[in-house]
Design a protein around this ligand. Sequence first.
Ligand SMILES: [Zn+2]
Length: 345
Amino acid sequence: MDEKDLSLKLEVIVAEAIQRLSKLNNTEELEKWRIQYFGRKGIFASMTSQIPSMPVEMKPQAGALINSAKRKLTEAFEERKKNLLTLQDKKTEFNLNFGLPGLKPETGSLHPVTLVSREIVRIFQGLGFGVHTGPEIETDFYNFEALNMPADHPARDMWDTFYLDSERKFLLRTHTSPVQIRVMEKISVPLRIIAIGKTFRRDDFDASHSPVFHQVEGLMVGPDITFSNLKAVLIFFLKELFGTRVKVNFLPSYFPFTEPSAEISISCVICEGKGCQTCGFTGWLEILGAGMVHPEVFRKSGIQQNNVTGFAFGAGLERIAMIKYGIDDIRQFYTGDMRFLKQFG
Ligand SMILES: [Zn+2]
């Protein structure tokens, strides 16, 4: 090959490349084209690699010819790229349809547990109860010891606990009852409070259990508070929450921190006591645990007066919400499924 042949060959390559370039319609095709000519294994790379084997007198001229062809194609490439990008911008412009309705922003709604919690706060504030909170990370003292469960007390097995350290000093509270102790340490008698918050247990995540759930705790302490006061307050509360038609049933039970203790049920809101799947054909739904505050709990909280008595109660908010709204799986509360959550406003 002499200089003339090389020059002719390059002219053909350039003409063909420019023609192909004019037909490319997007940046991906453009990039393929660039690689075919300018890539490491491209046409120009292969031509440049032949220079060393050419006759000595032809080498400088060959290099100059190849470079000039490369320059022409680079210019054509940049030009085409600019045109394509402008074209794309224009296309986007034309795709805008100002007649279409706008995107409606998603609005939030209150979670059923929040709704139930607000309703409970409203009822108890009406009875003069204050609302308190406590830490979710508790010490063994507040979660167990002060609630009449010293180390190795068998009742501790009633709660499968998340411990936070190997010495088991810190834990995620298994119930809201530690707030009782914290309040009695701070506030003087007489007092009436509720506490609402998250509680944690090492339960499986199934239709009726969740490792995280919410409780409401109540405490009323004063001179000569009796079980009659407990009954009056809780019956009023349950009838406010579920309607005046519900019947309330008290059964003896056991909790380490109350004596005597009671398990409280309401007549099934689905079948009104006749028996159905929801109430396991008993006609009753367990809803609250309660009792008279154990003297040991008063002692641990620093309350010494002789005539001071009190009652306490606790209930699960998810359980209340499930009964109130007819939800059969506790996991629904935690899936974050907007179709479920939006039903409750
Ligand atoms: Zn029923």
